[in-house]
Design a protein around this ligand. Structure first.
Ligand code: HEM
Length: 163
């Protein structure tokens, strides 16, 4: 499978890590775990969406507390998986900025420290602002009434009348 994916044939050679000089390797352990966090969460998302659709199909989406609590706990999973994926690519490409051509150590900015601090602060402020606005929107959306699908409303009414 790896040969097919990376070399586009069935008998390609994929070098092992030990075949590379030690000073060209990324921090392998960190990449190993970040990748598994990302893929693990991706599979969990798939599992939860299949389970939720099965429950919806059976008309019981709003009756199972375990599934609903699981979905609540899964809320930050997209964000965490995205950060883990980002760690995979950023750690995984070390010590290179451009593989084989430019090392990270050589691509350090020549600008003065004060300029770097100012630009990082600017980026952080924009991100914090957009994150806060996004979170506010999400919380409002979660607190707003559910979309009015007839079978959903019927199933909720059934649940609340049966206590
Ligand atoms: C379900 C199984 C998943 C597999 C097999 C997978 C696979 C990969 C691989 C191979 C990379 C590295 C790509 C590269 O080297 O350029 C990657 C990067 C990444 N992944 Fe995943 N991923 C999965 C799930 C997810 C999920 C659920 C998220 C987020 C919700 C996610 C977000 C990311 C991000 C943000 C990157 C970095 C992209 C970049 O910086 O270019 N991944 N993923």
């Amino acid at each position: 499978m790896g040969s097919l994916y990376l070399r586009h044939n069935l008998s390609g050679h994929i070098k092992s890590l030990s075949e590379f000089p030690a000073d060209t390797l990324p921090p392998v352990l960190a990449v190993f775990f970040a990748f598994r966090v990302m893929v693990g969460l991706g599979l969990l998302m798939l599992l939860f969406s299949v389970a939720a659709n099965v429950q919806r199909w059976r008309g019981k989406l709003f009756n199972g507390r375990r599934l609903l609590w699981g979905l609540v706990w899964m809320s930050p999973s997209g964000f965490v998986a995205m950060l883990a994926g980002w760690c995979v690519t950023e750690w995984g490409r070390q010590p290179w900025t451009v593989y084989g051509l430019l090392r990270t150590a050589q691509s350090v900015s020549p600008l003065p420290l004060s300029w770097m601090i100012a630009s990082v602060t600017g980026v952080l402020l924009v991100y914090i602002l957009s994150f806060a606005l996004g979170l506010r929107y999400l919380l409002r959306y979660i607190n707003s009434p559910l979309p009015q699908e007839p079978e959903v409303v019927a199933s909720m009414l059934k649940t609340s009348s049966s206590g």
